[in-house]
Design a protein around this ligand. Structure first.
Ligand SMILES: N[C@@H](CCC(=O)N[C@@H](CS)C(=O)NCC(=O)O)C(=O)O
Length: 194
């Protein structure tokens, strides 16, 4: 398996997941502005979408879109998925919420929004995070063990720190808890974010 990622990008969630798995994997960073990988390959030839994450499987198939990538990884490494009735549905529900309600709301911060747009986005993100904070079933979203949804949420709380977005206390605690995990720290180090 090979992950194409970019430091600070949402691909950090899959990157953490792969480090957590303890299994060998390849990775290569991508310059998203130039659309060139670290080894000089035209990233648009790997995926015409031109964005990360992109996960190349051993059989040559390419998986894109964070929700799909993280769902795939959770099925491959079930200790970071969920068990029980509606398990996969609940996990995808959480991934979709983080993706569409939180991740995408950072657009004004990443793409030169006005101060007004940033203020609106900031309040929206905090509100959406507050909803999740009310759902925590333990240290993490679904209990005492992190899932891929927690790793994705972690990316958005990391961005909150960068852009000064208020994070509700339970999610700030979840963030700090994840940071104590060796695999999370190792990933942040590889991406130059530690
Ligand atoms: N729809 C994609 C969007 C992924 C995405 O927003 N990736 C950003 C980094 S967080 C990116 O690569 N942006 C570069 C670009 O769009 O040119 C997903 O959910 O995975």
């Amino acid at each position: 398996m090979k992950l194409y990622y970019c430091p600070w990008a949402c691909s950090l969630a899959a990157h953490i997941m792969l480090h957590e798995s303890g299994e060998p994997f390849d990775s290569e960073s991508v310059d998203l502005k130039k659309k060139v990988t670290a080894t000089g390959i035209d990233f648009n030839r790997i995926t015409p979408k031109g964005y990360v994450p992109a996960l190349l499987l051993d059989n040559g198939a390419l998986v894109t879109e964070n929700i799909a990538v993280l769902d795939y990884l959770a099925s491959r490494f079930p200790q970071f998925g969920l068990e029980g009735p509606l398990a996969r549905t609940r996990l995808i529900e959480a991934l979709a919420y983080v993706s569409t309600e939180i991740h995408k709301s950072y657009k004004p911060f990443w793409h030169g929004g006005t101060d007004g747009q940033k203020n609106v986005a900031s309040a929206y993100i905090t509100g959406r995070m507050r909803y999740l904070a009310g759902l925590l079933k333990g240290d993490y979203l679904f209990g005492e063990h992190p899932t891929v949804a927690d790793f994705y949420l972690f990316v958005t709380t990391l961005w909150a720190g960068r852009f000064g977005v208020e994070v509700p206390a339970p999610l700030a605690a979840l963030h700090e808890q994840l940071k104590t995990r060796p695999a999370v720290y190792a990933t942040l180090k590889v991406e130059g974010l530690a």
